[in-house]
Design a protein around this ligand. Structure first.
Ligand SMILES: Cc1cc2nc3c(=O)[nH]c(=O)nc-3n(C[C@H](O)[C@H](O)[C@H](O)COP(=O)(O)OP(=O)(O)OC[C@H]3O[C@@H](n4cnc5c(N)ncnc54)[C@H](O)[C@@H]3O)c2cc1C
Length: 367
């Protein structure tokens, strides 16, 4: 086979094709925008087509739940957890329920140089590193294979990631008895930015400040949790300055220019109220209108409960989280990514031409 995907818009980079290949013929390699795509080694490929057979994009819709989800607003009872979470701390409450059962958590973490990667956690310390949204596509590495190994060992396993990564995992695991111990939680996903731009941005910060980055937080609640403030508040610390400093230029590229997101996001099939996971978590934007008493300036989570397993998991979180049943209409009103993908920016082609020729500093000024 020549290629797993017909065009770039048809590849979300989840890596399930590479993980399923028994011949190890598929490698995930970055393109000129820094997004990973599968590349087939023709000397190893035996044309079995298992890769295309499980691809969450080519197998359109196959992994989605049939029924409509039920919806709730949720808030962690601990102020400290709220402060250290992006929204209302739903991820911490749900993952704690898994850890209490001796289970394993998979989620997005930073490596030593602040690349975003998926990692495995068995302790609260390891899990805490997965807290906070990292607005960069994570490298899944060998996550799918490790999850299968954990499931085969009879371990309860909880995966969190973007909807396409969850769909990739569903395709990879298939409909075997292994799924009994597998719990999945996705995010409502605005779209996913380029790891190359992220890398260049970190380097630019270090160059400009003449200091080494030692910590990064994409969103903070210093100004209070709100939709507007979610596009500000990028904080970092350095070896010479442990106080958090703010620099919002990465957000300008992500939210305002819209040119640094993956091409497939513009045709995302998972921008749908029918989800691929057991639970979906997000920000409960608009809660102050719908249920003023539930609003908290430290954040409120929106949770979609997509399956009986999701319902069961949420029940196990009641000790840590206050919840309130809400209607799916509110979520649909406030969250565009539950019904339509983010269109490609009209400037995108020119943006990347400029990026290649003149670099990050130039596009930051221009766009
Ligand atoms: C790229 C991206 C786009 C998003 N778009 C929206 C949106 O349009 N609307 C909305 O309401 N919410 C969106 N969210 C979700 C929101 O920002 C919070 O992540 C979510 O509400 C969880 O908050 P929390 O307080 O429960 O958990 P936190 O403790 O903040 O946990 C963060 C969770 O997000 C996962 N995660 C973090 N970064 C990544 C990543 N790069 N890839 C995969 N998983 C990751 C972690 O594994 C963890 O499960 C987005 C998140 C990301 C990463």
């Amino acid at each position: 086979m020549q290629s797993v995907y017909p065009k770039k818009e048809n590849c979300c980079g989840c890596g399930a094709c590479s993980a399923i290949c028994a011949m190890q013929a598929i490698h995930m390699l970055p393109d000129e925008e820094g997004f990973l795509y599968p590349k087939i080694d023709p000397t190893r490929c035996v044309n079995c087509r298992r890769c295309t057979g499980i691809c969450p994009i080519l197998q359109e819709g196959n992994y989605k739940q049939n029924g409509l989800p039920s919806v709730c607003a949720a808030r962690h009872k601990s102020k400290q957890v709220l402060q250290n979470s992006t929204s209302g701390g739903a991820f911490t409450a749900v993952s704690d329920a898994i850890l209490r059962q001796g289970g394993i958590i998979y989620g997005a973490d930073f490596d030593e140089s602040f690349r975003v990667i998926h990692r495995r956690a068995e302790t609260t310390e390891q899990r805490d590193r997965m807290r906070f949204s990292k607005y960069v596509q994570s490298d899944m590495g060998d996550t799918y294979t490790r999850i299968k190994k954990d499931l085969k060992a009879g371990r309860i396993t909880f995966f969190t990631g973007t909807p396409c990564q969850c769909a990739g995992l569903r395709g990879f695991i298939g409909e075997s008895s292994l799924t009994e111990n597998l719990y999945m939680c996705d995010l409502i996903c605005y779209s996913i930015p380029s790891p190359l731009v992220w890398e260049d941005y970190k380097n630019l910060l270090e160059e400009e400040y003449g200091e080494k980055i030692t910590g990064i937080q994409f969103r903070s609640k210093n100004l209070g949790w709100s939709r507007d403030n979610s596009k500000k508040g990028f904080l970092f610390t350095t070896d010479k300055n442990p106080n958090k400093q703010e620099d919002n230029r990465f957000y300008q590229l992500f939210f305002k220019s819209g040119s640094i997101t993956r091409p497939s996001c513009s045709q995302c099939q998972f921008t749908d109220i029918h989800r691929v996971s057991d639970l979906t978590i997000a920000d409960y934007w608009g809660i102050e209108k719908y249920s003023p008493d539930f609003f908290d300036p430290l954040g409120v989570s929106l949770i979609l409960i997509n399956s009986p397993k999701g319902e069961d998991l949420l029940r196990q979180c009641q000790q840590d989280m206050i919840t309130e049943n809400r209607s799916p209409e509110e979520a649909l009103n406030e969250q565009k990514r539950l019904s339509e993908p983010l269109p490609l920016s009209q400037n995108r082609t020119q943006f990347w031409k400029d990026y290649k020729h003149f670099g990050l500093r130039y596009v930051l000024e221009k766009y």
